[in-house]
Design a protein around this ligand. Structure first.
Ligand code: FAD
Length: 390
């Protein structure tokens, strides 16, 4: 058990690998698993209709499992709905592969009760753009193997990496640039680990299970990719803990008082866990970034790069991958916003404001990263033993 290969501090972070594994196992993973099942956190608002600004859409999905099940209206929390807007019975069928078919454009005013609609400078998606937006029950659409592969998938990853390794002539990537690269690489590792942990082993019998070879080939054999996953996990965790006052006071009203109370108490459990506060109070220290004369300019550049990456998610040619790609990039954008777009000073005009969807994306992203860290911790040594013949 454990990740003995990785010891010492997670790069650029303030906790060591062992502590991260322990905290994840004891505190973070159990609370997050509960939290993401609550009604508030399981419905994600998203524009799934592919509107790729970069390439004509040639991505095709091989499997039925690519398709996202949109939520029948009966599933939404009452307070997300407008009462007089009813779908007919025939619409209550899962709308596979037809994201534009079941969009309820009137949901906003209720769904955002108590939440601001404010732009995130780090991302391309605008939640207030209501056309073609729909709600998806994330619990019905787990991130796993979909069969999406080949030039379309490769092109997106290539573009994402080339976007964030630009053009600082004759210099090493500066610190902040490296951080953007590490975040993307950590997310990429996490996606690969989810593919490996829930893989279609036999199409004929529809047998699903773990594919340790794939996990080894895509992630474990490159220690940097594992390190980047841990880094991304701590980075996002830091954003969540930095926003804890805001998150504690936010409204988690879905119209079901019992479930909403549970959500509130799970949030507190996560944010104010004494073990977390004792062992890893500041998982990542953002205070050193964006300093110096070129700081503001650099920040703007990186912000633009991240927005481009966010826009590329519309080009992902498989619906379920697009859903999770968009959610997780929005989650990263939210973490960046929390850490870098707010002054952190009282009475500042830049106090933190988050959209409901940003909080959902951030929390679900943290949960995904936590699952990946746990899977590596549990299965990594076995996969390495098998693959390295030890
Ligand atoms: P890829 O994973 O496509 O990697 C391409 C190249 O990137 C590699 O050859 C390597 O040079 C580099 N690379 C790989 N990992 C890292 C890393 N961690 N850090 C740095 N560089 C790296 N498929 C699914 O089955 N289910 C999904 O839910 C899913 N979601 C996706 C979401 C997005 C946004 C995208 C772009 C793709 C998604 N895919 C999904 C496809 C999947 O990620 C792979 O692209 C696909 O399985 C083909 O894998 P590959 O072996 O060609 O390598």
């Amino acid at each position: 058990r454990g990740t003995p290969k990785y010891s010492g501090m997670v790069e650029d972070c303030c906790c060591d690998y062992e502590t991260v594994d322990r905290l994840n196992e004891e505190v973070l993973h159990p609370s997050l698993q509960e939290l993401v099942k609550t009604p508030f956190f399981r419905y994600f608002k998203v524009k799934l209709w592919c509107d790729c600004p970069f390439w004509p859409d040639d991505g095709m999905c091989r499997l039925r499992d690519c398709s996202v099940c949109e939520c029948p209206e009966s599933e939404f929390p009452e307070s997300f709905k407008k009462p007089d807007h009813r779908l007919s019975m025939t619409d209550l069928v899962c709308q596979e592969g037809k994201p534009q078919a079941a969009v309820d454009r009137t949901l906003d005013s209720k769904a955002f009760r108590g939440w601001t609609e404010i732009d995130n400078p780090w991302t391309n998606d605008d939640e207030t753009d209501n056309d073609e937006m729909t709600y998806v029950n994330l619990q019905l659409n787990p991130e796993r193997y979909t069969g999406y592969t080949g030039p379309s998938a490769r092109r997106i990853w290539d573009a994402v990496y080339s976007e964030n390794c630009p053009k600082y002539p004759s210099q090493e990537l500066c610190h902040e640039e490296k951080i953007l690269y590490k975040l993307i690489s950590g997310l990429h590792s996490s996606i690969s680990i989810h593919i490996a942990s829930d893989y279609l082993l036999d199409e004929a019998t529809n047998l699903w299970g773990q594919n340790l070879t794939l996990m080894y080939d895509r992630v474990l054999r490159y220690p940097d990719r594992v390190r980047n996953l841990y880094f991304t996990f701590l980075f996002v965790l830091r954003a969540v803990t930095k926003a804890s006052d805001y998150l504690e006071q936010a409204e988690y009203d879905t119209g079901n008082p019992n479930e909403d109370l549970t959500t509130q108490s799970l949030i507190k459990q996560l944010l104010y866990n004494p073990k977390l506060q004792a062992a890893c109070p500041i998982p990542f220290d953002e205070a050193n970034l964006w300093k110096g004369q070129s700081g503001p300019e650099l920040k703007q550049k990186i912000q633009q790069q991240f927005r481009n990456i966010s826009a590329m998610m519309d080009c992902v040619g498989c619906e379920k991958c697009r859903l999770w790609g968009k959610l997780q990039v929005l989650g990263l954008g939210t973490a960046l916003k929390i850490l870098f777009s707010v002054d952190g000073q009282e009475n500042s005009s830049h106090t933190l404001q988050l959209q409901r969807n940003e909080v959902i994306a951030l929390t679900n992203l943290l949960n995904r990263l936590s699952e990946s860290v746990k899977f590596i911790q549990e299965m990594g040594p076995t996969a390495e033993r098998i693959m390295e013949g030890g």
